[in-house]
Design a protein around this ligand. Structure first.
Ligand code: AMP
Length: 419
């Protein structure tokens, strides 16, 4: 038997309800904030991610799904959403009218070691705002995220925030880190020894080495920020305070992607027993990415969150997802003689926007009633010989089990009032 690939899952059953619930709330929120939907391809040229996400990142060095297509092109399945959207903004010249506010949702692919909350195909939703350099927009973007978690009913969340400054500050900071970690190099894990060469900032968010003394004594980025970055960060915090958003400054937060500048943030689920994959959303400002990808100089800020981890968090907090998966009507023809009548009725009800199903086979009556229960039908409409003759229908309320006879011509009105 062929089975699903490692690190993938089938979205079915209850998970579909939860996914639809999250998507609905997110969509409504996006409307309220005047943010427009964008959908970019799932595969892009590999160069896009090498340049967009960064050569030295874990994602690009170890985690991309790369393949050559039949035309010998180097293709990568998207590991995240930002690079593709930046490409689209440049290619479609969306930057001619700024600001532009976009959201997306869809599958991402990373060849990671699968575990709970970490998949090889997972879904992210996110927001990208182009052309607004203000600290107020950083705070606004964080507020959208926090509002989303509130709306879905998640209580235990913690926002961590930091600034990694501009390119020059980061270069100075990088040198300071190299100097600091040099004597401890042999004590660090193998990954960190590699990071030392390629991307020493990433040593700071290593999970393996996090408790070591040299981590705590490492220089802090805040001491390397220039005046402009410092002011930007202070203003972001000021606006967050104004919006009454709780956060914690985390000077070790550097994020795994190369494109960030100034503000970076992560949201953690603070739920007992939630597990190690507790970052349920993250983002930051990326003022140089559009230009680095051969576009004009356009500042940007955004975030992404992982759908599966949020569903896990909802489960861990036992949040009940409100979903209406019931069917309005289930139509039961008593015998084959009423089949045509039933087909016409079902068709007419659907045209009137009711959700309807019927039994097309020749099951026995009890089995048909069971079907209606399985679909959670609110009303069962029975058409038998007598009903056809009198042009009346028997309608059974599947909750109260009460039965009434309704004239065929009055059926829509009856359902409108009662559903
Ligand atoms: P990143 O793009 O790495 O900043 O991740 C943003 C969010 O996507 C994380 O906070 C997670 O919620 C989610 N995420 C990242 N990688 C995975 C994965 N392999 N499986 C499930 N969710 C993920």
């Amino acid at each position: 038997m062929i089975q699903k690939q490692k690190g993938t899952y089938d979205m079915q059953g209850e998970m579909v309800e939860k996914y639809n619930y999250l998507k609905r709330i997110f969509q409504d929120l996006m409307n309220e904030y005047n943010i427009k939907y964008i959908d970019t391809p799932i595969f892009e040229s590999s160069d896009l991610y090498h340049r967009g996400v960064g050569e030295t990142t874990d994602i690009v060095t170890k985690e991309t799904y790369d393949f050559k297509d039949r035309g010998d092109r180097n293709i990568t399945l998207r590991p995240e959403g930002t690079a593709g959207i930046v490409r689209s903004v440049i290619e479609n010249k969306l930057y001619t009218t700024l600001p532009i506010k976009l959201w997306y949702e869809g599958p991402m692919f990373r060849y990671e070691r699968p575990q709970s909350g970490r998949y090889r195909q997972f879904r992210q939703a996110g927001v990208e705002i182009f052309g607004d350099p203000t600290p107020l927009m950083d705070a606004n973007v964080i507020s959208i995220m926090v509002k989303f978690y509130e709306r879905i009913g998640l209580r235990g969340i913690k926002v961590r925030i930091n600034s990694i400054g501009n390119k020059e500050s980061r270069e100075n900071y990088r040198n300071a880190l190299l100097e600091h970690f040099k004597p401890y190099l042999n004590d660090l894990c193998e990954d960190c020894q590699n990071r030392y060469e390629k991307n020493p900032l990433r040593i700071l968010d290593c999970k393996v080495d996090s408790d070591k003394e040299c981590m705590n004594t490492a220089p802090k980025i805040v001491d390397y920020l220039d005046e402009k970055s410092k002011k930007h960060f202070d203003d972001v915090l000021k606006y967050l305070d104004l919006m009454d958003i709780k956060y914690k400054i985390d000077d070790k937060l550097v994020r795994g992607l190369d494109y960030y500048t100034d503000t970076v943030f992560e949201v953690e689920a603070e739920i007992e027993g939630f597990g190690s994959q507790n970052v349920i959303g993250a983002g930051g400002r990326y003022n140089n990415l559009v230009e680095n990808m051969d576009g004009p100089s356009v500042p940007a800020v955004g975030f992404a969150f992982g759908i599966e981890r949020i569903i896990n968090a909802l489960d861990a907090e036992d949040v009940k997802v409100i979903s209406d998966n019931s069917l309005d009507c289930y139509v039961i023809p008593v015998s084959e003689n009423e089949l045509e009548n039933a087909v016409m009725l079902v068709n007419n009800l659907r045209d009137n926007a009711f959700s309807v199903d019927m039994d097309y086979t020749n099951k026995k009556m009890p089995a048909k009633f069971k079907e209606a229960d399985r679909y959670n039908a609110k009303f069962i409409i029975i058409i038998g010989e007598e009903e056809v003759k009198n042009n009346k229908l028997t309608i059974k309320d599947n909750l109260t089990k009460e039965e009434v006879k309704v004239e065929r011509d009055n059926l829509i009105d009856y359902l409108d009032v009662n559903i």
